[in-house]
Design a protein around this ligand. Structure first.
Ligand code: NCD
Length: 309
């Protein structure tokens, strides 16, 4: 029997099993071969229509999903809330039901409210992929991050990964914690105490306030952006001060007795969380993450489409 995902929607990493993640990775490896061939397209989703519904800004994620859908030969429609009837007061459910009335099979959604895709999944039949819900989860980002670490280091189990930065507001942080732990990594979070949620140690992660100690401990550092757009109050005095204490530069990495791997989900604020000499170094696998993102999203869409049939 063909292996299948245990879920119909990809709402978060929390409700995936390690077997689901393994299946996504193996499928992504096959699709990575496909997108590196001269003919990069397969007919796998030829009769499927996918709506990318984005209520929040996006560059990488939106392009990556759209490319993944096109490489799978799906029909694609794009909706973005700016310039739409959302501005005229339409509800989320009405907006999505109107899109679905056009016979759409899958919805990829980004929304600023945590839980928005979970809410939709209780009201509509189409498969839903969460492309980031507020400060909550960003499952395909965590899958592509974990896949990229595995590709670079050969295995995830037993590896030490630190997530540095705005743990409180970043959906990448929570999804990464779940994905890495499910695949057997040891996870640490590091940032100013004001940007670490109070519940964080209940997730079984180590907590470190000193970035130098965190770097000395880890094999991999996943460095996150300060989510200024989600901060209603001041969590630290200034970006300059943040960068002084938590910004990672080449000198710090060269001072370690090992070579660690550096990830960043983008967009990078050069000179704040990472200096350019780190972002552009061979230790950083930031562009591999982007390449792998397309293969991972192809795998997720392909596998979800076969769950519903
Ligand atoms: C992340 C996001 O949107 O959560 N970016 C992304 O998806 N590539 C991280 C961020 O915005 O900092």
């Amino acid at each position: 029997m063909q292996r299948q995902l245990s879920v119909k929607h990809l709402l978060g990493i929390k409700n995936l099993t390690a077997e689901d993640i393994e299946l996504i990775f193996e499928t992504a490896e096959e699709f990575k071969d496909v997108i590196n061939r001269p003919i990069k397209k397969v007919p796998s989703l030829r009769d499927i229509t996918i709506a990318n519904v984005f209520f929040e800004n996006s560059t990488r994620t939106k392009l990556s999903f759209e490319l993944a859908e096109k490489r799978l030969s799906a029909d694609v429609i794009n909706f973005s809330s700016s310039g739409s009837s959302v501005k005229k007061g339409e509800t989320l459910l009405d907006t999505v039901n109107n899109i679905l009335a056009m016979k759409v099979d899958m919805v990829v959604m980004r929304h600023s409210s945590p839980g928005a895709p979970h809410f939709l999944s209780r009201h509509i039949e189409a498969n839903i992929v969460n492309a980031g819900d507020g400060t909550h989860e960003h499952p395909t980002q965590a899958l592509l991050d974990t896949f990229s670490i595995r590709e670079k280091l050969g295995d995830i189990a037993g590896k030490k990964v630190v997530i540095v930065g705005d743990i409180l507001h970043s959906r990448v942080a929570l999804s990464n914690i779940f994905a890495l732990q499910k695949m057997g990594a040891e996870v640490m979070v590091c940032g100013p105490i004001t940007l670490l949620p109070k519940y964080i140690s209940s997730l079984g992660v180590k907590v470190e306030l000193d970035v130098r100690k965190a770097l000395a401990w880890c094999d991999v550092a996943n460095v996150l952006r300060i989510q200024l757009e989600r901060q209603q109050i001041k969590y630290f005095p200034s970006l300059r001060e943040y960068s002084l204490y938590y910004g990672i530069n080449k000198k710090m990495l060269d001072g370690l007795d090992k070579e660690i791997t550096v990830l960043h989900p983008g967009p990078i604020n050069r000179g704040v969380e990472l200096s350019s000499d780190v972002a552009d170094s061979d230790q950083a696998i930031i562009l591999d993450q982007v390449e792998n993102g397309v293969a991972i999203r192809m795998a997720v869409l392909y596998l979800l489409a076969s769950v519903s049939s």
